[in-house]
Design a protein around this ligand. Structure first.
Ligand SMILES: Cc1ncc(COP(=O)(O)O)c(C=O)c1O
Length: 383
């Protein structure tokens, strides 16, 4: 079941960040929102709730716990204890509020760049110090650098934020790397916070492994924060959840203020539960994204052959090295100014990433083509 293309004129009537954050002549391809229609069962549910004025505070969510547990078991062979699922507003809030139960201002949190840009702002929000153990890079293949991570852990790290699977590199961490990471974290007394928001969107050649599934050590040191918001496009509905699978980490989650739960939205929680049942729709999205990631490779090879792009193994974000075109310190700024195409600037994802841009391909092939044509025009104008 392939996903229908939504025409650009209709997309431009949306009022989300992606569609209102730039001037009207700009083609927006940055923010991780999808240009697809919602899964019909989700829109029907939301319409029914609105019609019934069912827009109060978040109520009982046992249903969500049960549905997610079924999804995790079927999709990932992961049997979870449903009682250890804690609702929060969004992944950012979940990561920060859960981290507050562990760190004091001034403590150190590790990240592995290039990595999801808000991990840097969450560390600032916690008034903590950031320690980067950059991903090991082989061409455009990125893997966790366990030696650098261990060296960092030795210097005194309280929490390690990982992105599993990884935004922006499109890498899916292997079970063996995650197991080795869990052992190191246990040895050095580090908590691993695994942001698994992209977990449902992984292509066939790779296998997503939830961090808490890998070992007893992972369950002891690990905390998963996830949501349906990337895979089912629900970011504006504000619901995510923290998952623990050990007594120690569950006790930390229970020590968070009750308001963490009540700041999530009822519409979001109901839509999230429904989303994890819409697996057929998601298969259609993955099929469409699979075609798009290869279509983008063809477009780049044909029109921007010096751009370097590794077809990602997950999600809908392309990490493109533009260094061969010598577009200055911030290629995304130049492409925006000269080509009227908005991409996410590489420097936001960590040191030494300035020559990259991140492009969102959860859209139609017409829009991908238009985006690449605008990049080409910008580069020609810059000469
Ligand atoms: C890895 C990752 N984590 C978190 C988020 C944002 O999630 P939320 O809006 O639930 O905070 C994104 C959004 O793109 C993301 O890519």
């Amino acid at each position: 079941m392939k996903i229908e293309r939504v025409p650009l004129e209709k997309l431009r009537t949306r009022t989300s960040e992606k569609w209102t954050g730039f001037a009207a002549d700009v083609l927006p391809m940055p923010v991780a929102e999808m240009d697809f229609e919602l899964a019909p069962p989700i829109s029907e549910l939301l319409i029914a709730m609105i019609t019934n004025s069912d827009t109060g505070y978040l109520g009982d969510t046992q249903n969500l716990n049960r549905i997610f547990a079924e999804y995790a078991a079927t999709q990932w062979g992961w049997d979870i204890d449903q009682e250890q699922l804690f609702i929060c507003t969004d992944v950012g809030v979940g990561m920060v509020e859960m981290a507050r139960t562990i760190v004091q201002p001034g403590d150190t949190i590790m990240i592995n760049s290039p990595v999801y840009l808000n991990m840097f702002s969450w560390i600032k929000e916690l008034k903590c110090k950031e320690l980067d153990a950059p991903m090991r890079k082989d061409g455009l293949n990125y893997t966790l650098d366990l030696a650098a991570i261990e060296a960092g852990y030795k210097s005194g790290v309280k929490i390690h934020f990982i992105c599993n699977p990884q935004n922006p590199t499109g890498s899916v961490h292997s079970q063996s790397d995650l197991a080795a990471l869990a052992d190191l974290a246990k040895q050095y007394g580090v908590f691993v916070f695994s942001d698994e928001i992209h977990g449902p969107v992984v292509f066939d050649e790779s296998k997503f492994v939830p961090f808490l599934r890998v070992s007893d050590n992972a369950r002891e040191v690990g905390i998963c924060v996830t949501a349906a918001s990337k895979a089912w496009n629900l970011a504006g509905l504000k619901c995510a959840f923290i998952l623990t699978q050990s007594e120690r980490t569950a006790a930390l989650a229970k020590s968070m203020p009750q308001s963490v739960r009540f700041r999530a939205s009822l519409l979001g929680a109901r839509a999230t539960a429904k989303a994890f049942e819409c697996t057929e729709w998601l298969e259609g999205v993955i099929e469409t994204l699979d075609e798009n990631r290869h279509f983008l490779a063809q477009q780049l090879a044909e029109k921007l052959p010096r751009a370097k792009y590794r077809v990602p193994n997950c999600s809908y974000l392309a990490w493109i090295d533009m260094s061969a075109y010598e577009l200055g310190e911030n290629p995304a700024a130049l492409l925006l100014e000269r080509g009227r195409i908005a991409l996410t600037p590489g420097y936001l994802f960590g040191a030494n990433c300035g020559h990259f841009v991140r492009l969102n391909f959860a859209t139609s092939q017409e829009i991908i083509t238009e985006g690449i044509d605008r990049m080409v025009a910008a580069i020609q104008n810059a000469k």
